[in-house]
Design a protein around this ligand. Structure first.
Ligand code: ATP
Length: 337
């Protein structure tokens, strides 16, 4: 059995069906009507120990509800969840010892206490032996720069510092599985990079990671697998590299050319590509669909016009694929069974 095993998982919520305004609320008091929302609909998912899985989908797709079911915070309407042999909603304590959770929009730090105190409380809650606790703090300091945050009261932390401290809280007990829901939300580029680097180190240490994010840059270097959920149903479950290889159509070639060549001259030779001039003379970016053109053909088209001094080809981005899936322009072939 996989470390995380989910079978036929369904969660429905009953939502009050109120009309608009105060009138609607009053009417609801007399004539109670409800709508059932199926947030998670017959989901099957197996995550092996050591895997890093991106769990993505548009707003309201059912991601957070899935994570809440996996952590045992809520009970399923039907179906099964087993994490490391534990049914999370039946034994939340046993489950809490083996999992780490971060909800990026909320904090598990005690607001009026220094970060160190929050961590000490967690040490006591999880009953972590002193030596193991110290070793873990040292490791978290190495990857998150934790030491400078320890004496600071939570409410005085910046958002980026708070996220680093929250990640430490989620991982202080060395959990086997971590669920990270939007770990880089609201962070500036430099802190985001630091958190992403940390996610890579988690993966390298063999921690099983389920990462939920709208910022697909988070998953590029961390996750080897992508699961896409839409309207509560899994619509794709497969390798990230494979998806990019098969479906990421857009490629960009950045060029530095010698001599006075114009954008229009290049565009004339490459009618199916988009050509954009850069800020400096001779700089151009050519973007094309790799199913109609190749980087070689782009260069061959340009060489008669000018000498090519520098070439850089952008890696295909998962954003390109997922954006088209969300927009309904693309159906991925290898849907989950
Ligand atoms: N406690 C609840 N009561 C009623 N409806 C709920 C509840 N929790 C979630 N839902 C509904 O279930 C659906 C899935 O919500 P969920 O929060 O899991 O989506 P999500 O993919 O995490 O979205 P986002 O990316 O916006 O965070 C939505 O339609 C939401 O309104």
């Amino acid at each position: 059995m996989a470390l995380v095993e989910v079978r036929g998982l369904t969660k429905s919520f009953r939502r009050p069906d109120k009309g608009p305004g105060l009138g609607g609320s009053l009417k609801h008091l007399v004539q109670r009507k409800f709508t059932t929302v199926t947030a998670v609909d017959d989901v099957n998912l197996s995550i092996e120990a050591g895997e890093a899985v991106a769990y993505v989908g548009p707003n309201g797709a059912g991601k957070s509800t899935t994570v809440k079911l996996l952590t045992g915070i809520i009970h399923p309407t039907s179906g099964e969840v087993v994490v490391g042999g534990v049914v999370p909603h039946r034994d939340r304590n046993a489950n809490a010892r083996q999992i780490g959770v971060l909800f990026g929009q909320r904090s598990q730090l005690w607001w009026d206490l220094p970060v160190r105190e929050s961590l000490t409380l967690l040490r006591d809650i999880y009953d972590i032996p002193s030596a193991a606790y110290k070793a873990r703090l040292d490791r978290l300091d190495e990857v998150l720069g934790l030491a400078e945050l320890l004496p600071v009261v939570t409410r005085k932390l910046s958002l980026g510092q708070r996220m680093r401290a929250d990640l430490a809280c989620a991982l202080i007990h060395s959990p086997r599985v971590v669920y990270l829901d939007e770990p880089t939300i609201g962070l500036d580029i430099s802190v985001k990079d630091r958190v992403r680097e940390f996610l890579r180190s988690l993966k390298d240490e063999g921690t099983t990671v389920m990462l939920t994010t709208h910022d697909l840059g988070d998953i590029e270097d961390t996750c080897e697998r992508i699961v896409i959920i839409d309207s509560g149903r899994i619509i794709y479950d497969g390798g990230l590299a494979q998806v990019k290889d098969e479906y990421a159509r857009e490629r960009s070639v950045h060029l530095q050319l010698a001599g006075a060549v114009t954008r229009d001259a290049i565009a004339d030779r490459l009618p199916t590509a988009a050509v954009v001039a850069g800020d400096h003379p001779g700089e151009f970016t050519v973007t094309f669909d790799r199913f109609t053109l190749t980087a070689g053909a782009v260069l061959a088209g340009i060489l008669p016009l000018a000498e090519v001094l520098e070439v850089r080809i952008d890696e295909p981005a998962i954003e390109d694929v997922v954006r088209r899936v969300y927009a309904g322009d693309l159906v991925l072939a290898e849907a989950a069974e």
